[in-house]
Design a protein around this ligand. Structure first.
Ligand SMILES: Nc1ncnc2c1ncn2[C@@H]1O[C@H](COP(=O)(O)OP(=O)(O)OP(=O)(O)O)[C@@H](O)[C@H]1O
Length: 238
């Protein structure tokens, strides 16, 4: 079963003279374990695609399935449950809560979903340890580097049993070394079964994905399998 399926999704923002068609008849299926990169010029609909895939916004027409469930037919309660339990979001500007430590930021989604504080804290520590951030667990976001903050944000997005990771330019605010490590991390979570859709304007970073899709004026214009992976790209460029 696919984790995410968009069927003929279109999105129109605004009305009348202010009308903008952000997505036109876009279909995309992402399986468990698959990492898809989305590329395209500014205004081509990349963020609209992610917010609709994440059920934060509804399409004007089309169908959005998450884990096989039709999100447009769900009650608001069921939709917010799937948003909390199944979907993780990562943004360019990290979006960590400044008043919470790294561990508290990561454990928060679990606590909001009813996990006991102790269990949530242990899960957060484990996630941070896996990322090599065990010694940052008690640090606040402003005491960490950008790369560390983004790794904490990714830990927060996948903690628990989340199956779908949506990332909008997750390396946009980072230098190339940290950008690579963010993509490597997302890639490694996919190898464990998470499905990921990652918007990036950087072709080198996109090559971490199994597949690259290109948007132009709200339409998919091309799809490229990227089986060779980033290593081969590095070899080619050296
Ligand atoms: N809430 C909104 N109201 C009106 N128009 C919108 C809204 N959100 C997006 N748009 C328009 O829809 C189109 C697609 O926007 P979107 O943000 O999805 O593109 P993008 O590819 O993510 O762009 P960027 O790379 O600049 O972030 C743009 O023309 C944008 O101006």
């Amino acid at each position: 079963m696919s984790v995410l399926e968009l069927r003929s999704v279109s999105k129109v923002h605004g009305r009348g003279a202010a009308e903008v068609q952000a997505l036109r008849d876009v279909s995309l299926t992402v399986a468990a374990g698959e990492m898809v990169a989305v590329m395209g010029p500014s205004g081509s609909g990349k963020s609209s695609l992610l917010t609709i895939a994440g059920t934060l916004e509804e399409p004007t027409s089309g169908v959005v399935l998450v884990n096989g469930e039709d999100t447009l037919r769900m009650s608001p309660g069921a939709k917010s449950r799937i948003r909390r339990r199944a979907i993780g979001y990562v943004f360019q500007d990290f979006n960590l809560l400044p008043g919470l430590t790294a561990a508290e930021n990561v454990s928060l989604p679990l606590e909001l979903d009813g996990t006991s504080m102790r269990k949530a804290h242990l899960a957060a520590l484990k996630a941070l340890e896996e990322l090599g951030l065990a010694d940052r667990a008690r640090h606040f976001p402003d005491q960490m580097s950008g790369g560390e903050r983004q790794r904490v944000a990714i830990a927060r997005a996948v903690v628990g049993e989340r199956t779908l990771l949506l990332a909008d330019e997750p390396s946009g605010a980072l230098d190339s070394v940290n950008g690579e490590s963010v993509m490597r991390l997302i890639h490694s979570y996919c190898k464990r079964g998470v499905a990921a859709v990652v918007v990036t304007h950087d072709a080198q970073l996109a090559s971490w994905a199994d597949r690259i899709v290109f948007l132009r004026d709200g339409r998919f214009v091309d799809q490229t399998a990227a089986p060779a992976g980033p290593e081969s790209l590095l070899e080619q460029s050296s």
